[in-house]
Design a protein around this ligand. Structure first.
Ligand code: ATP
Ligand code: MG
Length: 261
C-alpha cells in the first residue's frame, strides 16, 4: 500500500529550542495512524509543520506524492490536507450550519460570479451544499443545533463542529490534534466511532494526536511514538506495549499493568 504522507528527517527550531530534531515517519493511505508521546514531545509542532503553519528548518514533507515542504497552508488545504486544532476555532458569530457552508463557499472562486450572472446555478449549488452540510451535521449529532450560534455550543459540541467543518472540506487526509480534549467520556466514544466510520466509508487517511490510549487502541491501526522531537518507535499499540523505551518514555504504569496482567 502506498503512503499518503512521508515525513523525512524534519527539524524545527524555536530560537534555541529544537522542538523537532530529525523526525521521520510515514502514514499509509487510508489508515488512521496515531501520533502519541509525552507532553512537549513535539506532536503539535509536527502537525503544524505538516499543515504548513510551522516552517521546517530542514527535511521534507511529501503528501500524496508531492513535496509540500515549502507550500503555504492554504495550498496544502486545497491539495486535500486539512487540520483541526488542539483548541477549537469556530466562527462564534455564525450559526453551526453557516460554519460548514463557509468552508466550501470560500473554496470556489466561481461562487461570486455565479451568484451575479447565473443565479439559478448558484442557487442549485447552494442547495447542494446545504444538503451535504446537513448530512455531516447529522453524522456528528449536531443537526438539531444547526441554527444555533456556534458561540453558544458547549466545549464538546465545538469539537464536533470543528470535525464537521474539516470533513466538509472533503480532505484526502485529516490532521487531528487531540480532538477528544475537553470532551466527556460518552462523547469520546461516539467521536471515535464517527472517525472510524468516516475512515471506513470514505477511505480518508488520518493522523491523530491523542493521549487517550483507549481511543488509539480502538481506531488506530498504527502508532508513531514521539519523544524529545524524534520518532522513538512505530508499530501497533500492542507491539509498543512490549517496547521498553516506549514504556519508559510514555506508557509508564498503564503498560506494566496490562503487560503483567
Ligand atoms: N511557538 C512556539 N514557540 C516556542 N516554543 C514552542 C512553540 N510551540 C511549541 N514550543 C515548544 O516546543 C516543544 C514541543 O511542543 P509541542 O507543543 O509540539 O508538544 P506536544 O507534543 O504537542 O505536547 P502536548 O502533548 O503537551 O500537546 C515544547 O518544548 C514547547 O514548549
Ligand atoms: Mg500538543
Amino acid at each position: 500500500m502506498s503512503n499518503v504522507l512521508e515525513v523525512n528527517d524534519v527539524h524545527v527550531a524555536f530560537g534555541g529550542l529544537k522542538a523537532i530534531d530529525g523526525c521521520s515517519f510515514t502514514v499509509e493511505k487510508g489508515t488512521i495512524t496515531a501520533l502519541i508521546g509525552p507532553n512537549g514531545a513535539g506532536k503539535s509542532t509536527m502537525v503544524g509543520s505538516i499543515a504548513g503553519a510551522v516552517s521546517i528548518t530542514s527535511g521534507s514533507i511529501i503528501f500524496d506524492g508531492n513535496n509540500i515542504s515549502g507550500l503555504p497552508t492554504y495550498k496544502r488545504a486545497q491539495g486535500g490536507l486539512i487540520r483541526t486544532y488542539q483548541i477549537s476555532r469556530e466562527f462564534g458569530g455564525m450559526t453551526v450550519l453557516e460554519n460548514l457552508l463557509v468552508v466550501r463557499l470560500g473554496q470556489s472562486g466561481e461562487s461570486l460570479i455565479n451568484a451575479v450572472f447565473r443565479p439559478k446555478k448558484s442557487k442549485d449549488e447552494t442547495n447542494q451544499l446545504v444538503a451535504e452540510a446537513n448530512d455531516i451535521l447529522n453524522t456528528f449529532g449536531l443537526y438539531r443545533l444547526r441554527n444555533e450560534y456556534a458561540s453558544n455550543l458547549s466545549g464538546g459540541q465545538k469539537r464536533l463542529l470543528e470535525l464537521s467543518r474539516a470533513v466538509m472540506a472533503k480532505p484526502k487526509m485529516l490532521l487531528l490534534d487531540e480532538p477528544m480534549a475537553g470532551v466527556t467520556p460518552a462523547l469520546i466514544e461516539i467521536l471515535g466511532q464517527h472517525l472510524l466510520e468516516l475512515n471506513r466509508s470514505t477511505g480518508m487517511s488520518m493522523l491523530l494526536v491523542e493521549h487517550n490510549l483507549e481511543v488509539v487502541d480502538k481506531i488506530c491501526s498504527r502508532v508513531v511514538v514521539m519523544a524529545v522531537g524524534k520518532r522513538l518507535a512505530e508499530g501497533t499499540l500492542g507491539e509498543l506495549r512490549q517496547n521498553r523505551d516506549v514504556v519508559e518514555a510514555y506508557l509508564g504504569g498503564e503498560v506494566h499493568e496490562r503487560v503483567g496482567g
